[in-house]
Design a protein around this ligand. Structure first.
Ligand code: DC
Length: 233
């Protein structure tokens, strides 16, 4: 189905933790010279602030109050996407397991999702964007031109997360990485607001046994078909 396109394309990638969305999203955006929007970083920035301010993750009131006080935004700079809370660049503080789990918890609070919705939609207003997260094709960009759902087997996702941590010098023990990932999966899929699910019309790609560049090639061929049939008619 073709949308009435008066802007650049919006491409969404949804999927569970460890499926490879960030890596693939970054490469795909580079290939297309599009903006890359890592929406998980926005939830992580709120989580970082919750932790920094000593707010209890149980207290929705305090977290709502926090959202009323802070501004979160992303800037595409040479060398990648930077995340700001107010004027503070928090990018380097976000990629820990603790922040990931906390982000998953705060992302279940509807005030937090409402707070971050215009930030995400604003970045996509002109199109030419690859947006990656848990509710991209379902809630944030329901009219996206091309939607992907990137998945991978649980064992492979655990292995990737473990290696990612090891590369970052934060080698955890394997059973803990496994427990954290399973917990995050269930929090993200079972929450009542904007749960992780496969968007209607999404192209599902299982990356368990294929490389990043193969995933990107598959995506490029879907996007080129869309471009041929819908944009250059
Ligand atoms: O992709 P990530 O690991 O950086 O995301 C961290 C958490 O943020 C994830 O467990 C759930 C939440 N999240 C979300 O609810 N919706 C998004 N669009 C992106 C992330």
């Amino acid at each position: 189905m073709c949308a009435d396109i008066k802007r650049g394309l919006i491409i969404t990638i949804d999927g569970p933790a460890g499926a490879g969305k960030s890596t693939v999203g970054r490469h795909l955006a580079q290939r297309l010279s599009y903006i890359y929007l890592d929406t998980g970083a926005l939830y992580r920035a709120v989580a970082f602030k919750v932790l920094q301010e000593g707010i209890s993750p149980e207290s929705e009131d305090d977290i709502s109050e926090l959202c009323g006080k802070i501004k979160v935004h992303l800037e595409n700079r040479q060398g990648g996407l930077r995340v700001f809370v107010d004027e503070q660049d928090v990018t380097e503080n976000l990629r820990t397991e603790q922040i990931g789990l906390l982000a998953s918890r705060v992302s279940a609070i509807s005030v937090v999702r409402k707070f971050l919705l215009p930030v995400q939609q604003g970045m996509g207003a002109k199109g030419r964007i690859v947006a990656e997260g848990r509710d991209m094709g379902t809630v944030v960009f329901p009219d996206a031109d091309v939607k992907f759902f990137l998945d991978a087997g649980l064992g492979e996702r655990i292995r990737r997360r473990y290696e990612e941590l090891a590369r970052a010098g934060k080698k955890g023990d394997y059973p803990k990485v496994e427990r954290d990932l399973i917990k995050r999966d269930s929090q993200d899929r079972e929450r009542s607001v904007a749960p992780l699910k496969i968007p209607d019309n999404a192209v599902i790609i299982d990356s368990t046994n294929i490389s990043v560049s193969e995933v990107v090639e598959k995506m490029m061929s879907v996007i080129m078909d869309y471009d041929r049939f819908c944009v250059r008619r």
